[in-house]
Design a protein around this ligand. Structure first.
Ligand SMILES: Nc1ncnc2c1ncn2[C@@H]1O[C@H](COP(=O)(O)OP(=O)(O)OP(=O)(O)O)[C@@H](O)[C@H]1O
Ligand SMILES: [Mg+2]
Length: 1010
């Protein structure tokens, strides 16, 4: 491996371009040839090939007998690896052709070369004993590059689509169509490399593709305009624009330059090239050619005339300097050759000429000199730039330069030098840019924000992400008018962006790079101590140095400083690239180290970190540990974060499935399924999925003879909310579950099942049994709020008090009901069970409405809705909305009530896909609201439906309410049968002992009679 740079020999995944070249004709020639001479010829060929590789900073990976394999982009990543490889290929073809022609003439031998290229991921690193051997690249990309070479016609270079996508525009390509290639699952599109393309920079490429709408940058443009004004006033000015790749330095300069050109100001532009650092004066040459208006195909004489014409016009004294200019621009005057000068002396002479050009006495008009990408500038040009900047004072020249942050100018800044640190685009600007590219179809909602978040306002990254979404088929349509046809999941990192970021990362000191990789595994944000553990023990000073470099270079920033320093990634994409560069094995080890660090460093915070620890354990391949920590996290999320709990339990099911069965695994497999079923009635679940989980749980419970589990399963399958059954069936289901729970002897389970089962009595309006069940819960629990907690519902004791409050309410003992509700609510709050709290608060809302404090009921109802919304539990939220609606109804806000009821119904239907035990109640109160609004025919229909449902399913708490609603709707619409409905309502209320309902019905009856 030949490179003086600091090389980390640890193997890595890298995006590279692999080049294979072989010299054809060699084998058949070998026979008739003197071996010594033959060796000389072959060596010369190899030298030409290797030279082509080195010239563009590639690495010769190996000699293959009659050719070479080279890699561009490893060990040090280059953002333009594909371009470099392609230029190298073109160069080799030219040089080999020249030598082959020579051999044909002198020796009568015929040779030619074939070249193949492919770009993609490889694993690069030392191979051999203990990782001490040769550095080499391995991967499918290598094989494919070799196949391209084999496919290529003599004297040609072929490349794959992957390479074509990276070099398109920079190189001229010919599409050869698709080829079946051995080892590739799909046909490969192959291109011939024809020559150099028109684009010189990425911005040229963007221009070819059509620029995105220029956004933002008003302030910076104003600064540039002010600088031009200073120049115009003869004060000379210099402005440097500095920013990371892709932030928009070139685009800002371009927009400005076009604006001033349009205003008649002369502009000369030059640009350093990434592969041009070894070539002296390249950008200067470019600038001078522009200045003198020299075209590529101008004959030498014309070039000399152009130079002399312009220079002498500016300053007649230039006559003496002309030979230097002629010589430098490659058109030496045969009549006045320049004496042989040392490189140093030549540089000096040139510098003085350029400065004189800038300061020429006869210049009357301002000019702008734009020099881009100083970070790639060769030292000679840089020295010249320094002198140029130093001689601006008193001239009408504005020098505009740009570079990336890693560039350290070797020139001293002139006194009036202004630097603009160009910032990433803000959310609104990125939104406008992305909007311009994709359009504003409603399906695209959220896309601009997503792109902004992923790219952190880097416009180049934003453009590339959009392009990759189009290529991946997420977006369909055409530029400015796309539709989202497939949801955007993980957008990945586009190859072009990956190349830029990987190159930046590889420029880091190896220690800093190691820390960055460790941080990328540890997370978006990571504490310093944890990071030290993951990165492996380094001495403090080295660690400090590494972190300092990462912060300075803008990879990480300090999110918090106290009590501990927390470091965070500035860029999500950088993190992904740093993460992706590591071998799976290495990543796994770092995930494990992260999990251990989290455990070790945060003994007090295991609950809240459990989910994170679990995910690191899983990535580390520690499946059992991952399942354990997920379980821990799921219990902790519990009923206060039902969605998170559901997700975690599903993870436990999945993880347990990947382990060999033993007692612990069975227990995890079983409990995770039961828990998912327990959340299913709150959040909804696909019916098939539910049936499958039930069957699997049943199988494990039976196999392991787990009575406890069977009791729970019985409850969740036959006696939970949301089932389409009569209350008799429901109550029978509860009885069976209770029997099994009692048989299991599990104290907590007995409490839990009694508490949850009590809901059936409420819906059946069996108030005595409800009261008894609640008392049993309280007695069994002995007032311990932790008894049976979290098994089916969060806090059985709090709910039992709430149930007793309902009984009291139905019996018309409103004050006692309020007192019980308060107690239940307080306990639920104390143990941190927002779910049970929300149910009890619902009871409070209804109670307030009955007590003639409807407005207060509405206020509490609203707060309850807000709290359940945060909870994310559909069952409770729908209930809370229903309760709010009932209070609104009492306050005679019929429109508000209707809205609440409709939302409650919609939520329920959408998530749980069924009517449930409260369906009849919701329909009844909704009918009341409709009657209040005068929409009586809808009210009639709904009330009738409510009564029918309540009757069919024996929902005797809802039935009188449905009949009441029906009676009122009939009365309001002047239909017959109002009286009959109310009579029946009263009869049911008498039977069930619902005194409050009876009173309401009787009052209504009197009102009708009157
Ligand atoms: N303000 C902007 N509005 C719209 N598009 C922009 C803006 N700034 C940059 N872009 C686009 O983003 C891409 C990258 O911009 P540009 O080439 O100017 O970045 P750069 O900072 O010069 O990067 P590098 O350091 O790699 O040269 C270009 O396609 C450019 O058109
Ligand atoms: Mg640029």
């Amino acid at each position: 491996m030949s490179s003086g740079d600091r090389i980390d020999t640890e193997a890595e995944r890298k995006q590279v371009t692999v080049l294979f070249a072989d010299v054809k004709g060699s084998m058949d020639m070998a026979e008739g040839q003197d071996p010594e001479q033959w060796r000389r010829i072959m060596q010369r060929f190899f030298a030409i090939l290797a030279d082509g590789v080195h010239r563009f900073e590639g690495t010769v990976d190996k000699f293959t007998g009659d050719g070479i394999m080279a890699v561009f982009g490893a060990p040090i990543a280059h953002e333009d690896h594909a371009r470099r490889a392609s230029y190298a290929a073109l160069r080799m073809l030219d040089d080999i052709a020249e030598y082959a022609a020579e051999l044909r003439r002198s020796e009568g031998l015929s040779f030619s070369t074939r070249i193949g290229l492919d770009s993609g991921e490889v694993v690069a690193g030392a191979i051999g004993e203990g990782g001490e051997g040769e550095y080499t690249a391995i991967g499918h990309t290598v094989g494919l590059a070799q196949r391209m070479e084999a496919l290529a016609e003599p004297g040609k270079a072929y490349l794959t689509e992957a390479t074509a996508q990276l070099v398109g525009g920079f190189c001229e390509l010919k599409d050869l169509g698709e080829f079946e290639i051995k080892g590739a699952s799909r046909p490969v599109r192959v291109f011939e490399l024809v020559g150099v393309g028109a684009a010189r920079s990425r911005l040229d490429l963007s221009r070819e593709r059509g620029f995105s709408r220029f956004v933002g940058r008003a302030e910076e443009t104003a600064m540039l305009e002010a600088a031009l004004e200073r120049a115009r006033a003869g004060e000379g000015a210099a402005v440097g624009i500095v920013a990371e790749p892709g932030i928009g330095k070139s685009r800002l300069c371009l927009e400005f330059v076009e604006q001033v050109r349009a205003a008649g100001v002369e502009v000369f532009a030059a640009q350093a090239q990434s592969h041009g650092r070894e070539i002296p004066f390249m950008p200067v040459l470019q600038m001078l050619r522009a200045y003198f208006g020299i075209a590529d195909d101008d004959p030498e004489r014309i070039v000399r005339e152009k130079i002399a014409g312009r220079a002498l016009l500016l300053d007649p004294d230039f006559a003496e300097e002309l030979p230097v200019l002629f010589d430098f621009l490659g058109v030496p005057d045969p009549d006045r050759p320049l004496p042989k000068l040392s490189a140093e002396a030549r540089g000096r002479a040139l510098r003085s000429v350029v400065c004189r050009l800038v300061r020429a006495p006869n210049r009357r008009e301002p000019i702008v000199a734009l020099i881009e990408d100083l970070h790639w500038m060769d030292p000679s040009s840089e020295a010249l730039l320094g002198e140029l900047l130093g001689s601006l004072e008193g001239t009408q020249t504005l020098a505009l330069v740009n570079y990336r942050p890693e560039y350290e100018p070797s020139w001293s800044r002139p006194p009036d030098y202004r630097e603009i640190a160009l910032q990433p685009l803000g959310t609104a600007d990125t939104g406008e840019l992305v909007g311009g590219l994709v359009g504003d179809d409603p399906s695209l909602a959220g896309i601009p924000e997503l792109v902004h978040e992923r790219t952190a306002g880097n416009p180049f990254f934003a453009e590339e992400i959009v392009r990759s979404l189009v290529e991946a088929g997420n977006l369909e349509g055409e530029r400015g008018a796309y539709r989202l046809v497939r949801p955007v999941g993980d957008t990945g990192v586009p190859a072009s962006v990956q190349a830029v970021l990987a190159a930046r990362i590889d420029r880091l000191d190896p220690e800093a790079k190691r820390w960055l990789q460790a941080a990328s595994v540890a997370g978006k944000e990571v504490g310093e101590r944890a990071l030290a553990l993951v990165a492996g023990l380094a001495d403090r000073e080295a660690a400090e140095g590494a972190l300092h470099e990462l912060i300075e270079a803008g990879f990480l920033f300090e999110l918090e400083l106290y009590p501990e320093r927390i470091l965070a990634f500035r860029h999500p994409l950088t993190r992904e690239v740093a993460y992706g560069s590591q071998l799976a094995e290495q990543r796994a080890a770092r995930h494990l180290a992260t999990a251990r660090a989290l455990i070790e460093l945060n003994p007090e915070r295991h609950d809240e970190l459990a989910a994170l620890i679990a995910s690191h354990m899983e990535s580390a391949g520690e499946v059992r540990e991952a399942a354990r920590w997920s379980t821990h996290a799921a219990y902790w999320a519990g009923h206060s974060q039902p969605r998170e709990a559901m997700r975690l339990w599903a993870a436990v099911t999945r993880l347990a499935g990947g382990l060999d069965g033993d007692e612990e695994v069975d227990a995890l497999a079983l409990s995770s399924r039961l828990q998912q079923l327990d959340y299913a009635w709150r959040l909804g679940m696909d019916r098939e999925e539910m049936v499958r989980l039930e069957a699997e749980a049943e199988e494990i419970a039976t196999r392991s003879g787990d009575l406890r589990a069977r009791a729970l399963l019985q409850m969740l399958r036959s006696a939970r909310p949301g089932l389409e059954q009569t209350t008799s069936e429901w109550i029978a289901g509860v009885a069976e579950a209770s029997r099994l729970a009692d048989a299991s002897g599990d104290h907590h389970l007995r409490v839990a099942i009694r508490a949850a089962g009590a809901y059936a009595y409420l819906c059946a309006a069996e108030f005595e049994r409800l009261d008894r069940a609640a008392d049993e819960v309280l007695t069994l629990a002995g007032d311990d709020p932790a008894a049976g907690a979290g098994i089916i519902i969060g806090c059985p004791v709090a709910w039992a008090l709430g149930a007793k409050a309902i009984v009291a309410r139905e019996h018309g003992e409103l004050e006692r009901s309020a007192e019980l509700t308060d107690r239940g609510l307080r306990i639920a709050d104390e143990v941190g069970d927002p779910e049970t709290a929300s149910w009890n608060r619902g009871t409070q809302v209804l109670l307030l409405a009955m007590q003639g404090e409807a407005e207060a009921g509405v206020a509490v109802g609203r707060r309850n809705c807000e709290m359940t919304e945060r909870l994310g539990d559909v069952f409770s939220r729908s209930l809370a909305l229903g309760n709010l609606g009932a209070a609104q109804l009492a306050a005679e806000d019929y429109a508000g009530a209707l809205e609440s009821f409709e939302e409650a119904e919609r939520l329920h239907r959408e998530a749980l896909d069924s009517g449930d035990e409260l369906e009849a109640w919701r329909d009844a109160v909704r009918a009341e609201a409709l009657t209040g609004l005068g929409r009586t025919s809808e009210a009639l229909e709904l009330a009738r439906h409510a009564a029918e449902t309540a009757r069919r399913r024996e929902l005797r708490w809802s039935l009188p309410l449905a009949l009441l609603a029906l009676g009122r709707a009939r009365a309001a619409s002047g239909r017959d049968g109002a009286r009959e409905a109310l009579d029946e309502a009263a009869a049911v209320a008498v039977e069930t002992g619902s005194r409050t309902t009876l009173e309401t019905v009787e009052a209504e009856r009197e009102a009708i009679v009157a």
